[in-house]
Ligand binder design. Sequence first.
Ligand SMILES: Nc1ncnc2c1ncn2[C@@H]1O[C@H](COP(=O)(O)OP(=O)(O)OP(=O)(O)O)[C@@H](O)[C@H]1O
Ligand SMILES: [Mg+2]
Length: 223
Amino acid sequence: MTTRPEMYPLGRRIRRSHSHGNLQWQESAVTKLQRSAIKSQKACCIWFTGLSGAGKTTLANLLDEALFAAGAHAFVLDGDRCRNGICGDLDFSPEGRMENVRRIAEVASLMVDAGLIVIVSLISPLVAQRQKARELFEPGEFLEVYLDTPLDVCEKRDAKGLYKKARQGLIPNFTGISSAYEPPANPELTLDGSGAPHELVNQILRLVHQRSEEEFACETSII
Ligand SMILES: Nc1ncnc2c1ncn2[C@@H]1O[C@H](COP(=O)(O)OP(=O)(O)OP(=O)(O)O)[C@@H](O)[C@H]1O
Ligand SMILES: [Mg+2]
């Protein structure tokens, strides 16, 4: 199959055109634009990052519902869910967490190629992890949403009881307690996740709508 370099801007073309050993990158005859156009949407990846308990899963699911109600085709890739499946073989060591983020980013990138709006909810604590994820997407496609929820709020929520265990020293490498969280320097959006969930989702919807260049009818509010 011949490659069609005009389908991707430069950065993406360079990455995707690399061959490894006997492997060749296989281009699709139907473009991402065509796939998203039949859904009247613009494919993108909305990437939630923040501490455990910051509200990533909660907001990802609310956003998914709101987008669905507006007629969009979105899908949530949640860290916990992926840990049970595609990343079920990984541990929480620095290497395991790096690979966890890499795999989910690759899946998200494929789903964006399929024309979908992908919502990733994943602690993804390190700048380098999120930067590598961003590089899989075309400019403007990767929307990093930093849930800047104060640690004490997350710890009070402690929905999974993990902070309590981490404070007791029962969980090694727990982000925010015994393992670093590096806040993004330039996220597309920063939200204080202690605010009202519906208001936070409306701010994200506004961002998605802005980026969609009027192609996607997302003028909706979930209040
Ligand atoms: N904006 C909010 N206001 C009040 N409570 C919230 C808010 N967002 C989330 N919560 C509650 O906080 C708890 C943790 O939220 P959630 O599970 O979404 O966090 P998370 O960032 O996905 O954490 P983890 O990384 O551990 O999966 C839940 O009990 C949820 O109901
Ligand atoms: Mg979660």
